[in-house]
Design a protein around this ligand. Structure first.
Ligand code: PEP
Length: 245
């Protein structure tokens, strides 16, 4: 059986390297014994430089985004090869905040997915509907459309290395997660649309109270955790609860 995955998305936090090291060290100490769980930390790019990610540690690293070219005159961008070279194994692609604040299109996201796979990174593709789309009963259409556009021209072999994160946009950072029933339904729709055995994570206001049921009741293969991943005690509790469930 594949390991359950818990991904910490630190977003644009914390503000100093010292705070990042303290946060990392607390998490590292706290999750040491939970060997059944693949723990992935996605810090801001600048903190990926601190420490050697290839040393034997239970924690894996990922980027929060990447560019679609390997190198070149692309000011401000980070390539998948550069992430790989720093010891990353994963990269989040198409997070709703990138789609919203940086106007990322499905076409660009598709290019990033391909580039990440070529660099032998595991892309974590984020998809999900807005509250308005949900109200209008468009969840299935939105998810199907995002999957189709973000994953064009990928071989069955490439798809094996992909992870999908179902992140209903209205549940991100709101302290109010999706219901387990609705999340389970979305998971089913994603599975049906992909017709492949791919790990599907849930993200959106995950905490130590709801984490277990997204795995046990809704059947997800892991979680993508934003806000709670910045609170070491809460994050460690989430990992513990999932590991022991
Ligand atoms: C996220 O940003 O991917 C996320 C899930 O955030 P939060 O857990 O804070 O809702």
């Amino acid at each position: 059986m594949e390991k359950l995955i818990i991904v910490a998305n630190w977003k644009c936090n914390p503000t100093t390297l010292l705070k990042a090291k303290l946060l990392f060290n607390s998490i590292k100490r706290g999750v040491r014994s939970f060997k059944k769980i693949e723990i992935v930390i996605c810090p801001p790019f600048v903190y990926l430089m601190a420490g050697d990610k290839r040393q034997a540690t239970r924690i894996k690293f990922g980027g929060q985004d990447c560019f679609w070219e390997e190198e070149g005159a692309f000011t401000g961008e980070i390539s998948p090869l550069q992430l790989k070279n720093l010891g990353c194994r994963y990269v989040i692609i198409g997070h709703s905040e990138r789609r919203k604040y940086f106007s990322e299109t499905n076409k660009e996201i598709g290019q990033k997915i391909k580039a990440a796979l070529l660099a032998k990174l595991k892309p974590i593709l984020c998809i999900g509907e807005t509250r308005q789309e949900r109200r209008k009963g468009k969840v299935e259409r939105v998810l199907r459309d995002q999957l189709k556009k973000d994953l064009t021209d990928l071989s069955a072999h490439q798809l094996k290395n992909l992870i999908i994160a179902y992140e209903p946009i209205w549940a991100i950072g709101k302290g109010r997660a999706c219901s387990f029933e609705d999340a389970k339904w979305a998971r089913y729709l994603i599975k049906k649309s992909l017709k492949k055995k791919i790990s599907i994570l849930y993200g959106g206001s995950v905490n130590s109270k709801n984490a277990k049921n997204f795995i046990k009741e809704a059947g997800f293969q892991g979680l993508l955790v934003g806000g709670a991943s910045l609170k070491p005690k809460e994050f460690i509790k989430i990992v513990k609860i999932v590991a022991e469930s």
